[in-house]
Design a binder for this molecule. Sequence first.
Ligand SMILES: *[C@@H]1O[C@H](CO)[C@@H](O)[C@H](O)[C@H]1NC(C)=O
Ligand SMILES: *[C@@H]1O[C@H](CO)[C@@H](O)[C@H](O)[C@H]1NC(C)=O
Length: 505
Amino acid sequence: MILALTGFLFALFVAQTIGQILGLRRRNVNQKEKLFSELGVEGQSAKKIIGFFHPYCNAGGGGERVLWAAVSAIQRKEPDIISVVYSGDTDTTKEKIIEKVKARFDIELSPQSLHFVFLESRYLVEDSTWPRFTLLGQSLGSMYLAWEAMSILIPDLFIDTMGYAFTFPVVSLLGNIPVGAYVHYPTISTTMVSRVKNRASGHTNSGAISSSPVLSAGKLLYYRIFMYYYAYSLRQARFIMVNSSWTKGHVDSILQYSDTLLDAVHLLPPLVLLSLLSRRRGASPKEAQIVYPSCDTRQMAALPLAGRERVILSIAQFRPEKDHPAQLHAFRALLERYPEYRAPGAGAVQLVLVGGSRNVGDATRVEGLQALARELGVHEQVRFVVNASFAEMLGWLGRASIGLGTMVDEHFGINIVEFMAAGAIVVAHASGGPLLDIVVPFEGEPTGFHATTPETFAEAFRTVLTLSPSEDVAMRTRARTWAVGKFSAEEFEKGWDASGWRKWL
Ligand SMILES: *[C@@H]1O[C@H](CO)[C@@H](O)[C@H](O)[C@H]1NC(C)=O
Ligand SMILES: *[C@@H]1O[C@H](CO)[C@@H](O)[C@H](O)[C@H]1NC(C)=O
């Protein structure tokens, strides 16, 4: 009796949902026509709409630069495509956003083929809405947000550029349209899961949880289920671009992720519907494709290469993970091994730390670093330039021989690209983006150096400082050519083309 009733209610729910979905799709024909006439578009049948899901499109960060660079390239190359951005920035207007993009990124957007769908429920994806179970809350929130988006307008192709993978199943189901993604950062990684499994404490796993077996088991189950659905959602995408080797490594392992137990659970109704729905959509990509964001290096690339001073330059906010103390230790090692670099003297080398200090924590850190420099006996040759202006920073980039980066496992390192474009030879920690993506050989020749310990950093400095004049200029030229070309707008656009998004229209 109860079983029959449950079955009946479930069938009713399914019928109701199908009814809603069909209604949504039917209404969409009118919505599209309305949009076309609002934009004053002629020859409507030839027009296609790409929807970019980017709820924080007005934030002005690196992720937004990627979005606008992509939209602007499509506007220039594909006159028959209308770009629609789904955003939660309800406090602004299309004109203001276009203006800000121009001012902030120097990217031109044309109002004729751009439209915004403003979403009311963005608060559902905000951290502060979900003090507990943040990952789950935000993910469910993003699904609702996608529903809101699709009920206003269904595009012909949906591309998420902010990392809301849980929207993919919703969009595929509601709109019956292909989905693609540009991923900066995985929502959850296999490393996070194994950290809980091994009961290691850390950034995403507090000590209270790692020390309790019951809480650990609970959290592991939560992460495991979450990971399962995250992988499921990502596989709904027809193409996936990622911003770096680091992200590719994570996304590829998530695409391959499987869980026998949860797979078995999904053979039962009603969950089996999920597997059936995803099978209907065909093959998911086996791996993600790297499309590096472009960096604006024009001003750096105009700096002269010759006549560099004996300056080792670091450009990094005074945040703990940048590991400025390692820079001081490396510098001391250089001066100890090669006293000819000590001041006073013609050969004296200077270490210049340029960086922003955002708050009291940073300011205290700067004081600590100054004390450390004195303690190591190198303070007379170390200079701190806090909150430098852009012009001041360019000045240092034009004088420095060496660009220094000590952060471990930095995902990318835009400062490293800027060093190379500016002609400073990079010595960076042998990990993350600087190792895998940026300071890599070009035409079989090195474009900089990697190191790990104070001694290996010191030896790398020494190598740069003793290059013959011809080798010196050759290496600076090579690094500049590589960085400017590899992280250019043209390469970025080529990468998008290679993702094959056109064939899904
Ligand atoms: C990729 O995105 C992450 C997260 O925003 C960021 O930390 C990293 O620097 C980005 N990589 C590139 C190549 O921009
Ligand atoms: C650097 O800028 C921040 C915020 O812009 C400010 O709070 C801080 O006092 C500045 N520090 C220095 C040393 O100028």
